[in-house]
Write a protein that binds this ligand. Sequence first.
Ligand code: BJ8
Length: 423
Amino acid sequence: MEEYRAMWERLGINMRRHDMLLEALPAVYEKVYLSQQRRPQAMGYFDFVVSEIHGLRVKELMDHKDKGGKVFGTFCVYVPEEVIVAAGGIAVGLCGGADFSVPTAEQVLPRNLCALIKSAFGFKLGRICPYFQAADLIVGETTCDGKKKTWEILDEYIPTYVMDLPNSRTSADRALWISELQRFVRKVEEVTGNSITAENLAEATRLINRKRAALQRLFEVRKARPAPISGLDALLVTQISFYDDPARFTEKTNELCDELEARVQAGEGVAPPDAKRILYTGTPMPIPFWTVPLLIEGAGAVVVAEESCTGTRLVAGGETPVRDTSIEDQLIAIADRQLQTNCACFTPNDGRVDDILRMVEEYEVDGVIHFSLSFCQPYNLEAVRVQKALQEAGVPVLVLEGDYTEEQAGRLRTRIEAFVETL
Ligand code: BJ8
């Protein structure tokens, strides 16, 4: 990674802190991933992407910027990547999953805020993340209170644009969201200096559809018994989907799926056929937060699906219909697909409970683990209804909350091991 030092300096990275991070991450990665058994060969690409986490992809972003291109940092699946791509921009997901930057964030933000927000904010405040440093515009959204108030503060450090996402799905809310997508089109055009047309928006929609289809294929193949891939590996793929080049990611994920489908044909898997099958549901798990599947799989079970935005919520609503005759129609199609993403920030949000119950059947799940980051009110509160629905359906469920710290991991281990034992 030494060859990238000049690039990081150019980005204004705090080199001392950055060196500390780059020293710590490979050791953790090696422990979590490289010791796993029966990993698919095609995971080699995703291992490479992690080994180059602040290198090659950041260089691609910088080459793009040197040619006049723009980079948009995002935090939510409701921010339409299609619009950014249509204008020749690159979207990178910036959600923070490391405890490393949390203390930095707490110099400014209150402590009682979820670790995801603090981690991401701390990366900017401490100038540790080259993706954050490379971004020309941050695109936030009004999902939870924690995020929407943080955007006001973040704007003091980097230009931050906020999309006003409604919290319900009435026809008035739908109209508001469509108008927000239109406003976003104008903003992206202003930042990039490029026009969004019906043709380039349709082309971008096709590209993102292909990426989503590859992820859907991955989620589909995990229904097999024995499970052809670990939850840890599947999570890594979805985490990387947030910042990799969409076309390359699609190709590599499809290669992985070819291998997994061959495994299923041959009756091979990563865990014995009778390993307990767990559905994860709850808050997203941004890179490098691997604790929950690590503990579940360390206890001898296997995570077969994640009802989360680093899981099946990423592909909610399926394929976006391509409407190549009008920008307005294409935005409506994107909005209608997006509004099927059952985020706990919506009320009511019965669709999420329905999704969980359906997934329990489809993935032949033995038990559900609901994990929410501490201080995340939407998911912590929604856990009450999720737990009740699962109990009524006779499905074992464990409700957990925590953060990214080592101490929490110790506490979670005890609860998860006990739960898996009872299944
Ligand atoms: S669509 S889940 S990506 S908002 S964990 S910051 S909710 S306090 S992440 Fe999300 Fe979009 Fe919804 Fe998905 Fe707030 Fe909770 Fe923190 Fe959260």
